[in-house]
Design a protein around this ligand. Structure first.
Ligand code: GAR
Length: 216
């Protein structure tokens, strides 16, 4: 069967992008990475994508008259590469409302907190300041509101007493690298349903282990 063509948008390190490229190397993985777009010309993730033979394009947001002009340029590249699912992976650019509307239900993001807690920037520090015992990451559909949109899947990690934003971030990132390829697989397999703003996933086990923090 034809593989789902995925476009990944990055601005920086690209470790989630790398995890997706790695997953897509598996013969039975139902998606292929058709294009990586960066708005930052020297984003380290671009070098990884090029090394892996994935087509890349840089579209700078600088010098564009407004957000929508930039969004339309990105969209045109995605269309040119036949992309059916757009995956944000550390893409640090806020869209105009046009882009999430154009790619409605086919645009997903990963965020390093258990949404709807801790939106925006410095989210690990927000989690530490709030004293939560569990944090994690969320994959969600993107809508015009920032860090909102129907939640598809989450992975939780404990927050430890001596955590810094860096140690917590690293623990969450390891789970991001597991969760994102899984969600893209589910999407490609047509298992993610969206109705009335809520997501249902076909064929997942309802009995996953509970995570206590601290452990009892
Ligand atoms: C990831 O932790 C991702 O969840 C976060 O940026 C990092 C990108 O890392 N995204 C956001 O905070 C979006 N609001 P990566 O470039 O190594 O994938």
């Amino acid at each position: 069967m034809a593989k789902l063509k995925v476009g990944i948008l990055i601005s920086g390190r690209g470790s989630n992008m790398a995890a997706l490229i790695e997953a897509a190397k598996e013969a039975d993985y139902p998606a292929e990475i058709a294009l990586v777009v960066s708005n930052v010309a020297d984003a380290p993730g671009l070098a990884i994508a090029r090394r892996e033979g994935v087509p890349t394009v840089v579209i700078s947001h600088r010098g564009q008259p407004d957000r929508e002009t930039f969004d339309r340029a990105v969209s045109a590249e995605l269309e040119r590469h036949g992309v059916s699912l757009v995956v944000l992976a550390g893409f640090l650019r806020i869209f105009s409302p046009w882009f999430p509307t154009r790619w409605a239900d086919r645009l997903i993001n990963i965020h390093p907190s258990l949404l709807p807690c801790f939106k925006g920037l410095h989210v690990q520090q927000q989690a530490l300041d709030a004293g939560v015992r569990l944090s994690g990451c969320t994959v969600h559909f993107v809508i015009p509101d920032l860090d909102a949109g129907p939640i598809i899947a989450q992975a939780a990690v404990p927050v430890l007493a001596d955590d810094t934003a860096e140690t917590l971030s690293a623990r969450i990132l390891r789970q991001e690298h597991r969760l994102y390829p899984l969600v893209v697989r589910w999407f490609a397999e047509g298992r993610i349903g969206l109705a009335a703003g809520r997501v249902a996933i076909k064929g997942v086990r309802p009995d996953a282990a509970l995570l206590f923090s601290p452990a009892p």
